[in-house]
Design a protein around this ligand. Structure first.
Ligand code: TMP
Length: 209
C-alpha cells in the first residue's frame, strides 16, 4: 500500500510520521518511510536546489519541473520496487503537493501541471492520502516558532499568506474531487489526537473496515 501525508505549512506531518511508522511496525507491517522532494540521492540534490535561499529568482515553471524530476526518480527507485516487495511506502508529501503548491499556489494552469505530474509518476497514485488540515495562520505561526528554535528556513517559506491560503484551498478542492482516496484529519487539534486519528484511519484502510 502506498500512503502519503499531505498538508499546508505547519500541519505537523513531519513530526507525526516517525511514531506512525513505529506503530505500524509494532502491528507487524513492513513500512518504508520516505519524503519528497528527496527520498533518493538525486532527489535530495534537487531538494537542495529547490530550497536554497540563493535561488530566490527561481521561476515557478522551473520549480514545477524540478519537483517532477525528483519525483520521476523517486517513483522508479523507491515507490515501485518497495510496493512490488509488498512493503507499505509511507511518504511525507508526493504528487498532490505539486497540484496544491505549483498549481493552486502559483496559479499555474492546472491541466498542464496535472499532465506533468502524470508523466513524472507514470500514473502511480497513492492508495490513501491523509490531509493534515490546519488553518493557514496557525500553520505559518507554528513554522515561525520552529524556525525560531533553529529549524530549517527554506526559500518556499518566504511565500506570502495568500499563496498558502490558495494551497490549503487547493487541497480541500482535491479532497472533493477524489473523496475515496483522501481522509482529512484536523491538524489544529493536539498532537496526540492527530496521531491517534492517523493511526485509526490507516489501520481502517489496511484491514479494510
Ligand atoms: P516540508 O514538507 O519539509 O514542509 O517542505 C517541503 C516544501 O516543498 C514545502 O514548502 C512544500 C514544497 N513542495 C512543493 O511546493 N511541491 C512539491 O511537489 C513538493 C513535494 C513539495
Amino acid at each position: 500500500m502506498f500512503i502519503t501525508l499531505e498538508g499546508p505549512e505547519g500541519s505537523g506531518k513531519t513530526s507525526q510520521l516517525p511514531p506512525l511508522v513505529e506503530f505500524l511496525r509494532g502491528k507487524g507491517y513492513t513500512v518504508f518511510p520516505t519524503r519528497e522532494p528527496g527520498g533518493t540521492s538525486i532527489g535530495e540534490q534537487i531538494r537542495t536546489v529547490l530550497h536554497s535561499l540563493k535561488n530566490a529568482e527561481m521561476n515557478p515553471r522551473t520549480e514545477t519541473l524540478l519537483y517532477q524530476a525528483a519525483r520521476a526518480q523517486f517513483v522508479e527507485q523507491v515507490v515501485r520496487p518497495r510496493l512490488a516487495a509488498g512493503e507499505i511506502v509511507l511518504s511525507d508529501r508526493y504528487a498532490d503537493s505539486t497540484i496544491a503548491y505549483q498549481g493552486y499556489g502559483h496559479q499555474q494552469d492546472l491541466e498542464q501541471v496535472r499532465a506533468l505530474v502524470k508523466y513524472a509518476t507514470g500514473g502511480q497514485v497513492p492508495d490513501l492520502t491523509l490531509l493534515l488540515d490546519v488553518d493557514v495562520e496557525i500553520g505559518l505561526e507554528r513554522g515561525a516558532q520552529r524556525r525560531a528554535r533553529g529549524g530549517e528556513w527554506n526559500r518556499l517559506d518566504a511565500y506570502q499568506l495568500e499563496f498558502h491560503q490558495r494551497v490549503r484551498a487547493g487541497y480541500l478542492a482535491m479532497v472533493k474531487q477524489e473523496p475515496e482516496r483522501w481522509v482529512v484529519v484536523d491538524a489544529g487539534k493536539k498532537w496526540d489526537e492527530v496521531q491517534s486519528q492517523l493511526r485509526t484511519n490507516i489501520l481502517k484502510r489496511l484491514i479494510g473496515i
